[in-house]
Design a protein around this ligand. Structure first.
Ligand SMILES: Nc1ncnc2c1ncn2[C@@H]1O[C@H](COP(=O)(O)OP(=O)(O)OP(=O)(O)O)[C@@H](O)[C@H]1O
Ligand SMILES: [Mg+2]
Length: 245
């Protein structure tokens, strides 16, 4: 039997009801991401990337369509546990210090306190936050908050890691460190879903890429095949052509 895909989106639609009117952010998205893939979701501001991710992670209600995570309905506890999300907006509890942020998250995902503590120490080492273990989120630098967000996403060892613009505002060193670590996770079987506006980053890291525009998937392939399809010599060239079409 074939392994269930890490993610399967079928006919996903999302209409926001907001002051000033309704807005359709996702317009029938079908997308399958294989177990073990390193997948890049690219598109301009407002394309619907964060909306798609928020739907997968049960942060917003769907207007229509279905989502399964490793073959499980996305709103089940098991599916939730399988996913780790580092959100685009840094949302940290201002009253918790670095270590508490990580340990509480572990507890929330069913880890024992002992396991959560050990894992938190490991994550603080990976993200160079050990010296800030007792510091609360508002007293961290912007880049450190981003590191903590990433560490928190990985705390419960999710099989699918979703990174929504993880390198926005991150210094050169952490960027290199982060990708080294994410690559290692991927090599050990973790599925990665990444959004980024750094196209070279996506081109180098991702095995497959989907281009999203106006809430629709307009292309989906490997970077090499996309370059061929769009007769471009880089992913940036593909992007420009695809978005202009
Ligand atoms: N809560 C909301 N209420 C109303 N409209 C929303 C809401 N959240 C998002 N939108 C709209 O949905 C569209 C898609 O937004 P989304 O955040 O998914 O884009 P994105 O692809 O992640 O963009 P970016 O690259 O800027 O992060 C935008 O037009 C946005 O204004
Ligand atoms: Mg976004």
């Amino acid at each position: 039997m074939l392994a269930a895909p890490a993610l399967r989106l079928t006919g996903l639609t999302k209409t926001y009801d907001a002051v000033g009117g309704r807005f359709q952010a996702l317009d029938g998205v079908d997308l399958t991401i294989a177990d073990g893939d390193f997948f890049g979701l690219l598109g301009p501001n407002g394309a619907g990337k964060t909306t798609l991710i928020s739907a997968v992670c049960n942060l917003i209600r769907l207007t229509g369509g279905e989502i399964s995570v490793f073959g499980m309905a996305h709103d089940t506890m098991a599916a939730r546990r399988a996913v780790g999300l580092a959100e685009q907006d840094v949302n940290l509890d201002r009253f918790l210090d670095v270590e508490e942020t990580l340990v509480y998250h572990g507890g929330y995902f069913g880890m024992t306190r002992r396991a959560a503590r050990a894992r938190a120490r490991e994550m603080m080492d990976v993200f160079d936050l050990r010296a800030k273990a007792g510091v609360r989120a508002p007293a961290l630098s912007g880049g450190m908050r981003r590191r903590l967000l990433l560490a928190r996403a990985l705390m419960h060892e999710p099989r699918l890691v979703i990174l929504d613009e993880p390198t926005a505002g991150v210094d050169f060193e952490l960027r290199i460190e982060l990708w080294r670590y994410i690559r290692r996770l991927h090599a050990h079987g973790t599925t990665i879903l990444l959004t980024t506006h750094y196209l070279e980053e996506a081109e180098e890291l991702c095995r497959e890429i989907a281009l999203l525009r106006g809430g629709r998937v307009i292309a989906r392939d490997t970077a090499a095949n996309l370059r061929q399809t769009y007769a471009a010599d880089s992913l940036a060239g593909v992007y420009v052509k695809a978005m202009a079409a």
